[in-house]
Design a binder for this molecule. Sequence first.
Ligand SMILES: Cc1ncc(COP(=O)(O)O)c(C=O)c1O
Length: 385
Amino acid sequence: MISRDDALALDAADPLAQFRERFHIPDPSVIYLDGNSLGMPPKRTLERLTEVYRDDWATGLIRSWEHWVDMPQRVGDVLAPLIGAGPGEVVLHDNTTLNVYQAVHAAIGLRPDRRVIAISADDFPTDRYVVDGIAAATGHTVRHGFEQLDDVAVVVRSVIDYRTAELVDVAAETARAHAAGAMVVWDLSHAAGAIDIDLRACGAQLAIGCSYKFLNGGPGAPAWTFVAKELQSAVRQPIWGWFATEDQFAMGPTFQPRADIARMLLGTPSILALAAAEVGIALSAEAGMAAIHAKGTALTALAIDLCDQQGLATPTPRDPARRGNHVAVQHPDAKALVKELTARNVIFDFREPDIIRAGCSPLTTRFVDVFDGMAAIAESAAART
Ligand SMILES: Cc1ncc(COP(=O)(O)O)c(C=O)c1O
């Protein structure tokens, strides 16, 4: 029998516990288990935004573009070690949807002899819709599932299932796809800042993800693209903007893609959004991905044990090596339960058709939050029977 005191003891022994104090939490009575959708705001973000506004924008005016212009790459270099990428392999800009679009185009451009794009029918909607849209525009066929890959141009795949939190074996699946001659675009939206992943060691060449979930970059924070160094001179992306061209300010007659990761850029980046994203990413870097992943595993293990204790069903893998940092609770009244709990300041999110997601963000979620949150679900569910 796990008690609330057991959860408090885990918090007392938690080496990352002090990181929660680095976040702005105006109402400590809120139990927040939705950092897998939107991370909490670091205190430093507000100061940093004020600095950029006052010192760079107001004082520096246009002169600040001198150090702003390569900010997408600089923040990419802060993020790179958190996902096992090297310097010059990651760039941040715009949203995940657009980064998926560019990466899938880049991948199919490298496999011109193949006409199939493979994606799971259960993957996150924006990934599926973008793939369908590209296929409609280019004449590719979309195949749901990854069994047959020998005619596939590109596999588009989330590392962590947004509903169940199931974690794919990225190294094995990348190797299998590459052996079949297919490219792979990995979506790390639920993995970056959550699990200790080493893209290079996994053999991954193309990946994208957001920075507003476990990286605490802020609502609508810029997404990112990883292109392995060895692929950079070969990839072509479909939107030819001036930030991606050689000698941008020469204002030349034609687009000449830059030789490096900056060829994935488009137009003027959102500097305030990048400044906020950098703070969140730097906090994860300071804590270290090994420690973050270890705490995430412990938080989700507690949530699963509490599901068992409370008689709640969960499809989330029990093997810690097979799951990300949220736990799905399956309940026929999930939607109504999430609404009711939110009104009581216990915040989860709902995913169709019957999933309550309990997001465990290692820098902000306490073990006692998991205990109280799961107890609140059980109590509300019991009141409905
Ligand atoms: C796997 C995955 N891809 C993409 C997105 C969102 O894309 P965007 O940032 O363009 O809204 C999400 C959002 O939750 C996601 O979970």
